[in-house]
Design a protein around this ligand. Structure first.
Ligand code: DAH
Length: 360
């Protein structure tokens, strides 16, 4: 075997063993690079006699061509293998579910959801939203709403009183959202159409009562706002809120100092298997208080009862949420347990609206 055969065999073997393109390049340089074994052989041709060159030239050039061709095909094979490996490692399963974006992962508390739903429904009827402070004066929480001094109704509210100021006046944590009726009537001219969602406080705690809870108040003042209008507003609200075709409603005479006449409203439901359903059944469930605004209240706000009249209503938001979404106990609402919120909470990007749907 000639030295050329030995070199060729050795080079082809190295090419075959090169396991990646970098290793292959090292072999190429050692053979065909400037100082490579084959290049050195080619350089010897110049010093040969014509006869020697005639014989050795084709042998060396043939060697060079075969080595170059083998290098080329080995490179192609290595590139194809590298691409296959990369495709395999970067493969994605497009049938996997999408991971939620961070802004979509949080949950809206059922109370916030229900406030948004109520607001959407009343906004559609032309109501705007009014607000007042949680810490309220005794005057606005009681007196201006026609609770006489020393009247037992004040005690019935289980009021939280704050420490008296230097004049002996005690502020209260508002026991209902009704004081915002007074604030609104004193601040804007009729016609008035507002709802007032907000926090309220009473010294009370069991499965369906927490010391802090939520109410939504409604107030309409105009020259001719009457009980028929009140009934229509409440029925329209109940149908939209409970997402049923029709809701049976029962108005029972009642008493509130700030309305005359006053009523409590029950809605028709069924309670089969411990589950409450609306729009069917023979049971009744109390959901709100309402009435025509008392003339004394209008006067306390500088409105002439011979010119203006109106109606008001108030309901418990927490209770509406429990009823609509089947939550049996009120206390977990305020325990800030993330697992509870993940179960009962709502998706932040599903904003309730009458056109898009209240509950997506
Ligand atoms: N403020 C009452 C309560 O907390 C609820 C209520 C009853 C509000 C009748 C009203 C109303 O506006 O007209 O018990």
């Amino acid at each position: 075997m000639t030295d050329l055969d030995t070199l060729e065999r050795s080079l082809l073997e190295q090419i075959g063993q090169a396991s990646d393109e970098a290793a292959l390049e090292t072999v190429r340089v050692s053979a065909l690079g400037k100082k490579g074994a084959v290049s050195e052989l080619l350089k010897t041709l110049g010093a040969m006699t014509p006869e020697e060159r005639k014989e050795r030239g084709p042998l060396i050039n043939g060697l060079r061509d075969r080595v170059a061709a083998t290098l080329g095909s080995r490179r192609e094979a290595l590139q194809a293998a590298a691409l296959d490996a990369r495709l395999a490692s970067e493969r994605i399963d497009v049938t996997l579910p999408l991971r939620e974006a961070p802004e979509a992962r949080g949950r809206i508390h059922p109370i916030s959801q229900v406030i948004d739903e109520i607001t959407a429904i009343f906004a559609d009827m032309g109501f705007s939203v009014a607000e007042g402070p949680d810490v309220e004066t005794d005057e606005l929480n009681f007196t201006a709403l026609n609770f006489p001094e020393g009247h037992p109704a004040r005690e019935m509210h289980d009021t939280f009183f704050l420490a008296p100021d230097h004049l002996g006046r005690r502020k209260v944590l508002r026991t209902h959202t009704s004081p915002v009726q007074i604030r609104t009537m004193r601040a804007v001219e009729p016609p008035i159409r507002v709802i007032i969602p907000g926090r309220t406080y009473r010294h009370d705690s069991d499965q369906t009562h927490t010391p802090m809870f939520h109410q939504v108040e409604g107030l309409v003042i105009d020259r001719q706002a009457n009980i028929a209008n009140l009934k229509w507003v409440l029925e329209t609200f109940a149908r939209a809120f409970f997402e049923v075709e029709s809701v049976g409603m029962r108005f029972r005479p009642s008493f509130f100092p700030f309305t005359e006449p006053s009523a409590e409203v029950d809605i028709q439901c069924s309670r089969k298997g411990g589950e409450i359903r609306f729009g069917e059944g023979t049971d009744w469930l109390e959901v709100l208080g309402c009435g025509m605004v008392h003339p004394n209240v209008l006067k306390n706000c500088g409105l002439d009862p011979d010119q203006f009249q109106g109606f008001a209503f108030g309901m418990g938001i927490d209770r509406l949420a429990m009823l609509k979404y089947g939550m049996p106990d009120l206390r977990p609402f305020f325990e800030a347990d993330v697992r509870w919120l993940e179960h009962y909470g709502f998706r932040p990007l599903d904003v309730p609206s009458l056109v898009g749907g209240l509950t997506a």
